[in-house]
Ligand binder design. Structure first.
Ligand code: SIN
Ligand code: CO
Length: 387
């Protein structure tokens, strides 16, 4: 993957990863022209009123724009009445609703799927913003409609101070060293911690391609959950060998290290750890966006494949695999999957983001059953061949 990429303004993926990723911002004009007009402001309004969608309506008071309010979804029509001059509507995971948008993740093949979070869209009228702030994650901000002025400032961290008494984590000031207006198709990469401030120049839509990363407590939580599924481990441990009498109130160093060693012994069980981490990372943040599948059988699948239907990942689902000691294991939407060896190379391709054709002459019963199971769980979907 060492050819220059248009989405990165003509630098290679390796150059971007080495010089910019997690380090410094990158502005690319006309990086993703195909994003323009995939959605228009009315589509975002309509989506925000869907009861399953995760959205926020942020308003600034007319009399004092430093006073902010946030209304979380479900949003109703009444929330959009008596609007102040300055407001922003944020809708999460629009890639789960617009397949054209979901396709645009493919423009970033140099970042693995497990790092992807979702594509959020913001809609604001002239002057609208979500304030000066920073995020703990990487984001590609892509202008989809209208124009937004972006200012970038200092690096921040967990110690940075926020404006008191507001429902958003706002920075009192940013030291502006970048000030540019983005037009449809322009992209701005913002690394974690970099303060930013985006103000709509006119009615505008900005798409945030956001990336996630687990934290240690969340991973530990999952590890605990996996261990507590093991009934045998729930029995109390044996006592240590007692050859000395200690003070009644004390837990001796010896006793403590025995108890800790029992935990460490379990943590050596890499299968449980892998399962915990992979389950967490394959979990959907918006499971309500995963559509209910229309139940099908192997006969229906054969008919669909016969008609030239292709297989791909359902955009609201997450499918990941690990490949260790020549054993490929899959997880989807927070659960481990049991997949036949024959279907494994196909499912790997799908997890890598490919849309695949399945040749009926080569697809045996095991493969068909795997596919039916994955379709009925809404992990995969059938798509017609493009004309
Ligand atoms: C926005 O699009 O207005 C907010 C996106 C962000 O700051 O991360
Ligand atoms: Co931000």
């Amino acid at each position: 993957m060492s050819q220059p990429l248009d989405v990165l303004g003509g630098i290679t993926a390796e150059q971007f990863l080495c010089e910019y990723w997690q380090k410094k911002p990158l502005l690319v004009r006309k990086a993703l022209p195909e994003i323009a007009n995939i959605l228009v402001p009315d589509d975002v309004m309509e989506l925000a009123l869907d009861e399953n969608v995760t959205a926020r309506l942020i308003k600034q008071k007319d009399k004092d724009p430093n006073q902010w309010t946030v209304k979380n979804s479900p949003l109703i029509k009444g929330d959009f009445q008596k609007m102040p001059k300055l407001w922003t509507l944020l809708v999460q995971a629009v890639d789960h609703y617009s397949f054209d948008l979901a396709e645009l993740w493919k423009k970033f093949p140099f970042i693995p799927q497990w790092r992807r979070d979702d594509i959020m869209v913001s809609y604001a009228p002239q002057g609208g913003s979500v304030g000066k702030h920073f995020d703990f994650y990487d984001v590609f901000l892509v202008q989809g409609y209208g124009n937004r002025r972006w200012q970038l400032g200092q690096m921040c961290d967990a110690e940075s101070e926020f404006v008191e008494g507001q429902p958003l984590k706002l920075l009192p000031e940013i030291d502006v060293h970048f000030d540019e207006v983005l037009a449809p198709g322009d992209l701005l990469y913002v690394p974690p911690g970099l303060s930013h401030y985006g103000v709509a120049e006119n009615d505008c839509l900005t798409f945030s391609f956001g990336f996630r990363m687990p934290n240690v407590p969340d991973m530990m939580d999952r590890v605990c959950d996996k261990f507590s599924e093991n009934e045998a481990l729930k029995n109390p441990l044996h006592d240590i060998i007692r050859d000395q009498v200690s003070r009644a109130g004390e837990v001796t160093e010896n006793e403590l290290s025995y108890l800790k060693s029992e935990i460490f012994k379990q943590l050596q069980n890499s299968l449980v750890l892998d399962d915990a981490i992979m389950s967490l990372m394959s979990e959907s943040k918006y499971p309500e966006n995963i559509p209910e599948a229309e139940e099908i059988g192997t006969g229906d699948l054969e008919d669909a494949l016969d008609q030239g239907y292709l297989l791909q990942l359902q955009p609201a689902s997450r499918l990941l695999y690990s490949d260790q000691d020549q054993q490929v294991l899959f997880w989807a939407n927070g659960e481990g999957l049991c997949i036949s060896e024959q279907f494994t190379p196909f499912l790997q391709k799908i997890a890598d983001g490919q849309t695949i054709a399945l040749n009926l002459d080569l697809a045996d019963e095991d493969i068909l059953e795997d596919v039916v199971m994955l379709l009925n769980e809404s992990i995969l979907m059938l798509v017609p061949t493009e004309e």
